[in-house]
Write a protein that binds this ligand. Structure first.
Ligand code: IMP
Length: 182
């Protein structure tokens, strides 16, 4: 893993290594498999940030009879939430009466998660659960706690493994954390 990185003038240092990420992805997959034994939930990957986590988690799950679909929400500009959550790509599959598992990269204020769950509930699914790679508990403005959490992290900006800074750095295989405030 490289040492410090500069992206858009901000400094980042290594935070979560690939072997730790793989271990926690496998743990979350095990929890989901156990909870949905004998069922075929629909997985919903939240673009853009969750695409790498969802790809790894979905393959790790090995639930061959299930489907994965994609929705797109946006609330961030640069390193902070605008507080306004926009749906950019909607759902094109019927989820009425189905179990749904949302796959998200990070829950920060919780506003995106709460808005998404509210939108999906209007479509009458049998159940909705939420899996997130990262949770910034201290940043919550909603008190929302996801059902499946790979890592709880401090309230600093992170990049890599799908997470971006203004569209950059999603390609980094491991997760880096902003260290300008140290
Ligand atoms: P929330 O609505 O504030 O919970 O924010 C959720 C969205 O904000 C995530 O899906 C990310 O796109 C973005 N986000 C929040 N924190 C970070 C971060 O540390 N790095 C990159 N994106 C973030």
């Amino acid at each position: 893993m490289n040492e410090k990185l500069i992206v858009n003038g901000l400094s980042f240092k290594p935070f979560l290594r690939i072997d730790e990420i793989r271990k926690q992805v496998a743990r979350v997959a095990e929890e989901i498999r156990r909870d949905y034994e004998g069922k075929n939930p629909i997985f919903l990957c939240v673009l853009n940030g969750a695409f790498i986590f969802a790809a790894d988690l979905y393959r790790e799950l090995g639930m061959n009879e299930t489907q994965i679909h994609f929705v797109k929400y946006s609330s961030y500009e640069g390193v902070s939430s605008t507080g306004k959550v926009k749906q950019l790509i909607g759902l094109n599959v019927d989820i009425e009466g189905q179990d749904v598992v949302i796959i998200e990269d990070i829950v920060d204020t919780g506003l995106t998660a709460v808005k998404m769950i509210e939108d999906l509930k209007a479509k009458n699914p049998a159940s909705i659960r939420f899996a997130t790679l990262l949770l910034k508990e201290e940043s919550s403005k909603t008190g929302y706690v996801p059902d499946y959490i790979a890592f709880s992290i401090p309230p600093y900006f992170v990049i890599g493994y799908g997470l971006d800074l203004d569209g950059k750095a999603r390609n980094l295989p491991e997760i880096y954390i902003n260290c300008d405030e140290e």
